[in-house]
Design a protein around this ligand. Structure first.
Ligand SMILES: *Cc1c(COP(=O)(O)O)cnc(C)c1O
Length: 393
């Protein structure tokens, strides 16, 4: 089934991804269409990115208008879009100051640097990070250094020094690693790539308490679970446990490459100073138009309300599937970030599902990950279940 796009890609691109043999041409709502006009129901959203699905008219119109007007100036100057996007994002995230990046990994880099800068400012001599096993924070050196998968890290060592890994949801294991040199703890409130593991309420609360006692900064990586996906705007709000630094990306641009990290006032006043950090493209007028417009649409269409409404339906259907089929062992997740643990190899199921016209993603631990656009309706859930059943058989 080789076509021109596939052949030319394999000939010219570095072979880093084992891609499915499809090339998509356009999208509409919950569906993607390939070059042969075959239709696919998308429960992967391009790794939890396309929060508003495909072909959103309001977003496309705003972006087109911005392209005609201006799409780059640099951070030497101010821009209205940047101001508006930052104001909105601060409101929704309940944070005080934002730095825009181009990706999730870059948001993590900024978060780690901010923590080191905070320690430097206080002359505390702190530099160590505690991260979680099974975590994923991105592919750049800093982000990779705190990623809890040895196979990802080993080929690139030595990495950033001073990182140790605790068991997720095990507070004793975190406490054991704390030293008087610990500057920050980083975790995903809901581990995504690692196999859809939500943090327990108790773990979140005790980690926060530990950080407060020892003046350790708490970094939440909400690159995947943030932006409405968990049923609250940011997953931390569902726990009522606030971080000092919050990393975001994926859904915040709903497909336009943009990320950010946000900090509290305390951190802002005691960390990065002019000259310490930067990003040439970070927060450019087009990316910020995307963030602002996506947030406007969240408001106008009550996307968060919709996520809350559709979640029990999805969870119910997945629980029934788990009961019905022996090959489905367990469901885990929160809101529209769900995983089912399978007996058979997940990669094969993903391929079979694709043949049925359903896109789903693999996660670690033989988990099939469901992270649909947040606009998913009951009829899509039904269609997904039907197709998934066929793929599992
Ligand atoms: C995807 C992801 C990242 C990395 O984001 P990129 O945009 O690919 O750099 C970081 N953290 C989490 C939790 C992610 O899911």
């Amino acid at each position: 089934m080789m076509n021109k796009s596939i052949e030319a890609s394999e000939e010219n691109l570095l072979h880093i991804y084992n891609r499915f043999p499809i090339a998509f041409e356009h999208g509409e709502g919950m569906y993607l269409y390939d070059e042969n006009s075959k239709k696919y129901l998308d429960f992967g959203a391009g790794f939890a990115v396309s929060a508003l699905g495909y072909g959103n008219k309001k977003l496309a119109k705003a972006l087109k208008k911005q392209i005609d007007l201006l799409y780059h100036t640099s951070n030497l100057y101010y821009h209205k879009n940047c101001a508006e996007a930052a104001e909105k994002l601060n409101q929704y995230a309940q944070m005080d100051k934002i730095f825009f990046t181009n990706s999730g990994a870059e948001a993590i880099e900024g978060a780690l640097k901010t923590a080191r800068r905070y320690a430097y400012n206080k002359k505390s001599g702190k530099y160590q990070f505690i991260a979680m096993e099974n975590s994923f924070h991105g592919r750049t050196f800093g982000a990779l250094s705190v990623t809890g998968h040895e196979a990802y890290r080993t080929p690139f060592e030595p990495l950033v020094p001073g990182v140790s890994f605790a068991e997720f949801n095990n507070i004793e294991s975190v406490k054991k690693l704390v030293t008087d040199r610990t500057c920050a703890i980083i975790l995903e409130p809901i581990q995504g790539e690692g196999g859809i593991h939500p943090a327990t309420q108790e773990f979140m609360e005790t980690v926060r308490k530990l950080c407060d006692e020892k003046d350790i900064l708490l970094i939440f990586d909400e690159v995947q679970c943030g932006m409405g996906r968990s049923g609250s705007m940011f997953a931390w709000q569902g726990y009522g446990v606030k971080p000092d630094i919050l990393a975001m990306a994926k859904g915040i641009g709903s497909g336009i490459p943009v990320g950010a990290f946000a900090v509290t006032k305390k951190v802002a006043e005691n960390s990065l100073k002019p000259g310490d950090h930067g990003a040439t493209y970070g927060g450019n007028p087009l990316a910020c138009k995307a963030v602002k417009t996506v947030l406007d649409i969240f408001e106008e269409e009550d996307i968060l309300g919709h996520v809350k409404e559709i979640t029990p339906y999805l969870e119910d259907k997945l629980d029934s599937l788990t009961e019905e089929l022996d090959c489905v062992l367990e469901r885990r997740g929160k809101g529209l970030i769900q995983g089912i643990v399978l007996k058979q190899p997940v990669a094969e199921v993903c391929t079979k599902a694709m043949e049925e016209g359903l896109l789903v993603i693999q996660a670690q631990g033989n988990v099939l990950r469901l992270v649909p656009p947040l606009i998913v309706e009951k009829e899509h859930v039904d269609e997904m279940i039907e197709k998934l059943k066929k793929a599992l058989r």
